[in-house]
Design a protein around this ligand. Structure first.
Ligand SMILES: [Zn+2]
Length: 424
């Protein structure tokens, strides 16, 4: 593996409670950040001139469905049920594994070129999604979606697929988690079984939770409890649990989330676009709930660009609270970096010795960033992702000077156009 000295860049570093820029060098070897500053012996390092670049930790998209990437624009401005049951699901039913492969690669292209280095993905195409993520060279936590009444009966084949792809594709950069789809598509028995399996196999779990009013009302009717209380009572919530959405919460839910140490992924654009509302970021943040950020799939968000998501999150909550101090740039940047690292238990999301070398290089002279008087606020309020010049994942470049090194861009675009024509 190549060793790099990244020389003279302006690096976004953690200084106490703040993320601040500093001009310094980064030494990368063996897929890791060996040092920030200097090393004892500089022989054997390829020197990269980073003078015109900002270097930030790779962003982490904590909730998406990359296989849906070609569905961008397939069902916009529609009520949730029509969107899901009459548009999205009929396409999914007809999709092949090969379609999912190309669509996932396409999603990886969008994420990489806008500074995302890690994704947490829930999918339904055994092997095809991890194969695409591996070919793209991204870091990921992947879960085959699980639905049903009983893990040993109707849920058995999906669980077997989850185990099989884990055996085949687990690597330095690809991890797996268990992904029960939701409290309305998995029975209580099934959720208990998945929780047991996760503990037995030392895996994380990811589930959609409290996304819509209908889910909330149905859960109250069926169990007499909020979705969060329902999962808490099952013993499902712990520090290895990742909860996507959490829009519909009651006061007590915040303390349950905090005391369980579960991680909430907020997906502001998807929730807003589907008319599901907005998670109460200020309450979550103020109550000390662990929060990170995701885009959700392209069928509901239309983009998997975390710069857009960070910007929208911050502005949405300033507007919602009539408060310019809500969702500060510093807090939002952490959601997409260090907080996500904590949720995944990975040494990513920071530029410091010992962390994995997932780095994003942005053009300092990009019009949208000039003049970056305050780098954190430039990244959240001004950047749109087009400033990304290069991306390194696990010490290797997957995107260099705006060219993909792992993906055949033209082939993927051709395949995606072909697939879209077939279904849309
Ligand atoms: Zn989702």
């Amino acid at each position: 593996m190549k060793k790099y000295k990244i020389k003279g860049g302006t690096i976004l570093l953690e200084k106490g409670a703040f993320l601040v820029p500093a001009e310094t060098d980064i030494f990368v070897s063996d897929g890791k950040i060996e040092a920030v500053g200097d090393v004892r012996d500089e022989t054997g390092y390829e020197v990269l001139d980073a003078k015109g670049l900002f270097v930030i930790p790779g962003l982490v998209n904590m909730h998406t469905h990359a296989y849906m990437s070609f569905m961008r624009g397939c069902a916009d401005d529609l009520p949730f049920d029509e969107w899901l049951f009459r548009r999205v699901m009929p396409i999914e039913d007809k999709m092949t594994g090969e379609d999912a492969y190309w669509s996932t690669l396409f999603g990886c292209m969008e994420m990489i070129s806008t500074g995302t280095t890690t994704l947490t993905d829930m999918h339904m195409f055994k092997g095809d999604v991890p194969r695409a993520v591996r070919d793209a060279g991204m870091r990921a936590f992947i879960g085959r979606g699980l639905v049903g009444e009983d893990l040993e009966k109707d849920g058995a084949s999906r669980f077997r697929e989850a185990m099989e792809e884990m055996t085949e594709y687990k690597s330095d950069t690809i991890d797996f988690l268990l992904a029960p789809h939701s409290v309305y598509t998995c029975s209580e028995r099934m959720l208990r079984q998945i929780d047991e399996k996760a503990k037995e196999l030392s895996l994380r779990k990811e589930i959609h939770l409290a996304e819509s009013l209908k889910e909330y009302d149905d859960c109250m009717k069926a169990h007499g409890k909020t979705p969060v209380r329902y999962l808490a009572d099952l013993g499902f919530l712990d520090e290895k649990t990742i909860l996507a959405h959490c829009v519909r919460l009651e006061k007590e839910d915040y303390s349950l989330l905090k005391s369980s140490c579960a991680h909430v992924v907020t997906n502001p654009a998807s929730n807003a676009k589907l008319g599901n509302g907005a998670a109460d970021f200020e309450m979550l943040y103020g109550q000390g709930v662990r929060i990170c950020l995701g885009t959700d799939g392209a069928a509901s968000n239309n983009t998997q660009n975390l710069f857009r998501e960070m910007n929208f999150l911050s502005l949405l909550h300033k507007a919602r609270n009539c408060s310019p101090t809500a969702a500060s740039a510093q807090a939002v940047l952490r959601l997409a970096t260090a907080n996500a690292a904590e949720a995944l238990g990975k040494k990513i999301g920071r530029i410091e010795a010992g962390c994995l070398a997932d780095l994003v290089f942005l053009d300092k002279n990009a019009i949208s960033l000039m003049p970056a008087n305050d780098l954190a606020s430039a990244l959240v309020y001004s950047a749109n992702g087009s400033e990304v010049d290069s991306v390194m994942i696990n010490g290797a470049f997957v995107f260099r000077k705006k060219e993909f090194t792992t993906i055949d861009r033209d082939r993927v675009l051709y395949e995606v156009a072909r697939i879209a024509k077939k279904y849309l």
